[in-house]
Design a protein around this ligand. Structure first.
Ligand code: GDP
Ligand code: IMO
Ligand code: MG
Length: 430
């Protein structure tokens, strides 16, 4: 009956969606607690591919209640597009619950996300352009619009007017864009208000009751540890808390109720957007790994930057998230490599660092120190038990386990729902 937080250990796209889906039938609730439609989770069920952005991955499992927590930023048109697309494919989305306290992505924030990036030029962050950063900034500046505001039209208008006082100055005077009309914003928000109404709830209360009743609740992070606004590679991060602690603020559950933390660690490293990346490969090995892993963004279609596994990052993720279990994904993507370098420490201007450097300047200077492990040169996608894996493959897993300091409980050997090896239950029963 645990409350489990599931996080990404690296820079996103580790396979969180698939891991959530794997647990799906054993879960009563799946809660998204941070981010918005900047996320992109691909889940493959019976050969059918589903790409989810805003909805929690648990929505694909019948009987599992998907929850959008207060820490999420919601683009209403994307929400209903995604719901309609899933319904058209026969997925029942009727049990979705949305927090009354979640913030809404306003049209001016989508515009501002894109124009600020353009103005930054070569200093840009490479955001997804979905309005995520400006919406979280409004939340902190206390000029945000929340789901509950949709149901008090005069308050909604006052809040939109107050926000536009600031936003239109910026759009007109800084970015030389046209001003946004109050009515335009009101119309976009109110278009979905009636449809959304039955889904809106005090989700913190819903989850407290569920946990009291002994339900299995999974808190699924968008993004990942190194994209966390406080603990990631700032400023090349997203604007929310993507680490395990974010589940508490982003869903309204106290830390004392969290039982387990699972981190998803891809067998190599990827990153989309700008920012430092010590193990990045700029050669044909990187291109080969990108092709094998089909590493192109689910949200923006951008080719993902590629590098070898970095266990300094894995260790950091274990510490900052309090990881109880790791899931290694995409191990099958390494099947054809004769040698597999794994970064175990950094050389920063001649000094060895076994832990993440304290400053971003040092992290930018970090050169990976590799240990090279032998490959296994065989197809592991058909393996379903740990013993079936080739000896070199098991040695790789155990090496990683030793480096990151927490057990590897699940191993992904393919994109499909059943293409996994479960060594231990993520629910903590063994
Ligand atoms: P997320 O954002 O963390 O949910 O990850 P994405 O869905 O953006 O990217 C992960 C990709 O890897 C998806 O296309 C998955 O279908 C795929 N995937 C997940 N686990 C495995 C695995 O173990 N093996 C292989 N080959 N693909 C996997
Ligand atoms: P999932 O959940 C990978 C990156 C963007 C950019 C930075 C800030 O699929 O792992 P934002 O639009 O959030 O302000 O962009 O964060 N980013 C992601 N990278 N996976 C994601 O989500 C991401 N969500 C945001 O590329 O570098
Ligand atoms: Mg993704």
């Amino acid at each position: 009956m645990p409350a489990i937080v599931l996080v990404g250990a690296q820079w996103g796209d580790e396979g969180k969606g698939k891991a959530t889906d794997l647990l799906g039938s054993r879960l009563d609730y799946v809660v998204k607690f941070n981010g918005g439609n900047n996320a992109g989770h691909t889940v493959v069920i019976d050969g059918e591919k589903y790409a989810l952005h805003l909805l929690p991955s648990g929505i694909l499992t019948p009987g599992c209640i998907p929850v959008i927590g207060n820490g999420v930023v919601v683009d209403l048109s994307v929400l209903f597009e995604e719901i309609d697309a899933l319904e058209a494919r026969g997925i029942d989305t009727s049990s979705l619950v949305v927090s009354a306290n979640a913030h809404l992505i306003a049209p001016y924030n989508r515009v501002l996300d894109k124009v600020t990036e353009r103005f930054l030029g070569s200093r840009k962050l490479g955001t997804t352009g979905r309005g995520i950063g400006p919406t979280y900034a409004d939340k902190m500046s206390r000029i945000g619009i929340r789901v509950q505001d949709l149901y008090d039209e005069s308050i909604l208008r006052q809040k939109v007017e107050a926000a536009l006082d600031v936003k239109n100055q910026m759009l007109l005077k800084v970015y030389n864009r046209r001003a946004v009309e109050v009515d335009e914003v009101m119309a976009e928000f109110l278009r979905y208000a009636d449809r959304l109404r039955p889904m809106v709830a005090d989700t913190s209360l819903v989850l407290a009751k569920a946990l009291d009743e002994g339900k299995n609740v999974l808190f699924e992070a968008g993004q990942a540890t190194l994209l966390d606004v406080d603990h990631g590679t700032y400023p090349f991060v997203t604007s929310s808390n993507a680490i395990s602690a974010g589940a508490c603020t982003g869903a309204g559950v106290p830390p004392t109720r969290i039982d387990r933390v699972t981190a998803i660690l891809k067998a190599f490293t990827t990153r989309v957007g700008e920012g430092p990346f010590p193990t990045e490969l700029h050669d044909e090995v990187g291109d080969r790994l990108r092709e094998i892993g089909r590493e192109f963004g689910t949200t923006t279609g951008r080719p993902r930057r590629i590098g070898w596994l970095d266990t300094v990052i894995g260790r950091y993720a274990a510490r900052i998230n309090g990881v109880t279990d790791f899931v290694i994904t995409k191990l099958d993507n390494l099947d054809t490599f004769d040698e597999i370098p794994v970064c175990v420490a950094y050389d920063v201007d001649g000094v060895r660092h076994d832990e993440m450097p304290m400053t971003q300047t040092d992290f930018h200077h970090a050169k990976p120190i590799y240990e090279v492990l032998p490959g296994w040169n065989s197809d592991i996608s058909g393996c379903r038990s740990y013993d079936e894996l080739p000896a070199n493959c098991r040695a790789y897993v155990e090496f990683v386990e030793g480096q990151v300091g927490a057990r590897v409980s699940v191993i992904g050997v393919g994109p499909g729902r059943d293409e996994v090896i479960e060594r231990h239950s993520l629910l903590g029963h063994d």
